[in-house]
Ligand binder design. Structure first.
Ligand SMILES: *[C@@H]1O[C@H](CO)[C@@H](O)[C@H](O)[C@H]1NC(C)=O
Ligand SMILES: *[C@@H]1O[C@H](CO)[C@@H](O)[C@H](O)[C@H]1NC(C)=O
Ligand SMILES: *[C@@H]1O[C@H](CO)[C@@H](O)[C@H](O)[C@H]1NC(C)=O
Ligand SMILES: *[C@@H]1O[C@H](CO)[C@@H](O)[C@H](O)[C@H]1NC(C)=O
Ligand SMILES: *[C@@H]1O[C@H](CO)[C@@H](O)[C@H](O)[C@H]1NC(C)=O
Ligand SMILES: *[C@@H]1O[C@H](CO)[C@@H](O)[C@H](O)[C@H]1NC(C)=O
Ligand SMILES: *[C@@H]1O[C@H](CO)[C@@H](O)[C@H](O)[C@H]1NC(C)=O
Length: 490
């Protein structure tokens, strides 16, 4: 192809405009959506009925998208399963699916709806993005026909994928991601053959996308951050809160800090499944979060973030997570340790019997050290220090190294590790560290009422998670949650 002179000028002009418009910060939005569910997901419905239900949900999302745009948001994330809900079979999800093309086709469904028709959901999402001039992130289902030329082709003749899509502010499809780490209950969907590493550039930073259980695994999550150097992760999720260590805001904000990126997490809201907890998290702490135990309503969060957090003066220092813990002697012998279970994993615990002290508890190669002082030791509350070093094997297999200070459910030590959401014991100070073999550590501090503690704790470069001045509310858990990806089974 021969380029004419004007085209070259136009390119140079476009590049300088792009540079001039590059933003140091931008406004981000996430919407926690209370999904309108189908009455019965075990009976197949017609495509018309499926679309009617999806339109009801998109009517709600439309309001949130408009409200976010009016507050200046450049991008909004909506939840996983947010348009049709959950608990489908392969057959009953089918009428909800659309064939979603590779974004390389360069398609604006809003202005060219027939090109890959039928695609009414993509068309409507694209129009919402375009008419509000905002990037829209949504989760829908993709179907891809296959046949006997592919030995893996399912017997019903197509693949079905749990899929995230992104439409830019002109309504163009710019990203399509097929969820790689399906949760065990998602039998309606197929696993993609290979993990997809989906990114896109904007004038307000580089974005990557993955969904729900993906956050526990190396591919694609860690590759997007460590190798592809995205600035912000987009995270549609339908996350069931699992205290004491894996409630949504607690773990997602910790992942943002541990990985050093912005993280936009939109959860679904459903009280009977304990689904709530959405947030906008930065590397140096949560900027906005929402945890709803009061209502079944949705909720919009809108807040400003750095476009390139790695270049920001407040970017956290590099941390050697084992430096302090390997440099000191064990505080106390493991004389009164005992076993307890957190989410199917057998921890070694030691009770904090005194109002202040220095304690160590070990399991396999991991020793966890804690120095602490309580404001006042409560007679009716028991806290323990716990260590776990091993392979988690229920609902997914992944290797963990965890140090945790937590409140037991009751004064009976057998309840240590069980979910509990309230506490009355405040700490003046704490310092938690561990002899970790991995450098992927996610620091969590969770207060009574399942509340985060932005700005109330620090991670030091030697790997200590500390609070010098205490936290604003009593403590549920203080945790260094480590993932040792190299030890995962293949
Ligand atoms: C089988 O599928 C492949 C790719 O999906 C396609 O190219 C081919 O034409 C199909 N063959 C038949 C017999 O439908
Ligand atoms: C994003 O921009 C960077 C350079 O600014 C470039 O290296 C990268 O290939 C771009 N990525 C995409 C997905 O366009
Ligand atoms: C929450 O989800 C359950 C299980 O799918 C469903 O039965 C219930 O109606 C949902 N609650 C609301 C308020 O939608
Ligand atoms: C972290 O600190 C420990 C102890 O000082 C040292 O042995 C190790 O090499 C350090 N790790 C890195 C990656 O610098
Ligand atoms: C307690 O600690 C000792 C010494 O480290 C260890 O051998 C033992 O297995 C631990 N007990 C439990 C229940 O973890
Ligand atoms: C804990 O250890 C520190 C030094 O590591 C010491 O200054 C402090 O007195 C100890 N606290 C208690 C209660 O033993
Ligand atoms: C703790 O309080 C002291 C004195 O009020 C203050 O100088 C220090 O900056 C505070 N530290 C943190 C981490 O907030």
């Amino acid at each position: 192809m021969v380029y004419s002179q004007p085209h070259v000028y136009a390119t140079i002009f476009a590049l300088s405009v792009l540079k001039a418009c590059a933003l140091d910060s931008y406004i981000a939005a996430v919407y926690e959506h209370s999904v309108i569910l189908s009455e019965d997901t075990k009976i197949p419905v017609s495509p018309e009925d499926a679309l009617m239900l999806m339109n009801k949900n998109m009517d709600v999302l439309k309001g949130a998208i408009k409200a976010a745009a009016l507050q200046g948001a450049r991008i909004i994330v909506t939840p996983e399963d947010g348009i049709y809900g959950w608990v489908f079979t392969r057959e009953t999800i089918y009428p909800y699916l659309e064939d979603i093309p590779d974004p390389q086709v360069n398609w604006i469904p809003c202005t060219d709806p027939d090109r890959f028709a039928p695609a009414p959901v993509q068309e409507r999402l694209s129009c919402m993005a375009r008419s509000n001039a905002i990037y829209v992130v949504a989760n829908i289902g993709d179907k891809k026909p296959c046949n006997s030329s592919d030995p893996k082709c399912p017997s019903d003749g197509h693949y079905q994928y749990n899929t995230d899509v992104v439409f830019d502010s002109e309504g163009k499809l710019v990203a399509r991601y097929h969820k790689y780490n399906l949760f065990v209950t998602e039998t309606q969907f197929d696993y993609p053959k290979e993990p997809e590493f989906v990114t896109f550039n904007t004038s307000f930073g580089k974005f990557g996308i993955f969904t729900c259980a993906d956050i526990l695994f190396h591919d694609p999550a860690v590759v997007l951050v460590s190798k592809l150097q995205v600035d912000t992760v987009l995270f549609p999720t339908a996350w069931v809160n699992t205290l004491p260590l894996l409630s949504a805001s607690q773990f997602h904000s910790a992942w943002a800090m541990g990985m050093g990126i912005n993280f936009l997490s939109a959860n679904t809201r459903n009280s009977s499944l304990d689904m709530t907890g959405s947030g906008i998290y930065a590397p140096n702490g949560p900027r906005a979060f929402h945890y709803n135990t009061e209502t079944e309503n949705g909720h919009l969060l809108v807040v400003e973030l750095s476009s390139h957090p790695r270049l920001s003066p407040t970017y956290p220092i590099a941390v050697n997570w084992s430096s302090y813990a390997t440099s000191i002697k064990r505080f106390s012998p493991d004389d009164r340790n005992f076993s307890g279970v957190i989410y199917f994993d057998k921890f070694t615990f030691t009770e904090l019997t005194k109002p202040e002290g220095n304690r160590t508890v070990c399991q396999k190669d991991l020793c966890c050290h804690l120095s602490y002082r309580m404001v006042e030791k409560q007679e009716d509350e028991v806290y323990v220090l716990g260590a776990f070093d091993g392979l988690h094997v229920v609902e997914g297999e992944y290797y963990l190294q965890i140090c945790t200070l937590l409140k037991c459910k009751s004064t009976n030590l057998k309840t240590c590790g069980q979910p509990v959401a309230t506490a009355h014991t405040s700490f003046d100070t704490f310092s938690l560290s561990g002899t970790f073999g991995t450098s992927y550590i996610f620091p969590e501090v969770l207060l009574t009422g399942v509340q985060l503690a932005p700005g109330e704790f620090q991670v030091l470069s030697d790997g200590r998670l500390i609070s010098q001045n205490g936290t604003s509310k009593p403590i549920l858990t203080v945790t260094l949650f480590g993932r040792w990806y190299e030890k995962d089974p293949p």
